[in-house]
Design a protein. Sequence first.
Length: 323
Amino acid sequence: MLIVAQGGGIDREAAILAASLRRNAPGFRGRLIVAEPQPEGAWAGTDPRMSGAARAALTQFGAEIRPLVAQDFGESYPHGNKIEALGLLDPGRPFLFLDSDTLVLGEIGAVPFDFARPAASMRRTNTWPEPPAYRETYDSIWRSLYDRFGLDMDGSLDLTQPEEHWERFLYFNAGWFFGVDPAEFGRRLRDWAVAVRDEPGEALACQSLDPWLDQIVLPLVVHSLGGGRPGPELDGMDGDVTCHWRNLPLLYARGPQRAIDEVEAIAALPEIAPLLDGWEPAQRLIGDGLGRRRIQPMFAHDDPAPTEQSLRHRLRQAELWLV
């Protein structure tokens, strides 16, 4: 299992993830590898390393920390850490990548991953692309990418969805993904991401690549390696087994009660509590109880669930968007 941790709060999230793994997946027999960006290469001029307290907590929870010297992305595109971090893993050994702002809520080692058929998180919305009127379409934009890398797009389509509906096209959230060989998966993800960034091509000329670059290339890599959309056997991911909580206001606004209970329990652990000192969201939403007392009731009766944009707007209006 691979995660990325660096200073600025991501290390705190990583320690919470490690604590949740230890608490809720005692049967896990794999290794938790933490990639830590170093102040050199593409991160030269800034120090992205973790705090000493976060490093100590991760070590106490059994994580193995490996230094990451980024070459292609770094400070200019921090999401690229996950792309380059795959190169730190042992070739030929199945891997699962998780974003650091994830909770493990159940026996993740018991999830029946078919590592030979890679997949990724479907907890996404139509964030990319945004086809310009009277020019490009969803089909033409995605097809330009599949053609560029010699892939058959037609085999990736969800034909139950209408033409030009965004869900017809393979698109993931990069919050989790897995494969059988991190070396080959990482090579394709890195090479193709660099190629798209450096030469987007005419079809992508009007499209934003930041922060979507990793999610643009991920479906191409998954499809090229014989993978696709996750089946029902993986419903525990973004379900009973993991929760991609993102930040505390969103967790209280839309998160399952099980995840909220777990974050509050982890916050009280002696290894974690020192990491939360001075962190306003935790002090106010957990310590002062504003998460349960104010945010949860705000959204308790919303049906259907509001969009994230709506959630953020209402939380800001209530002065509860604490991140």
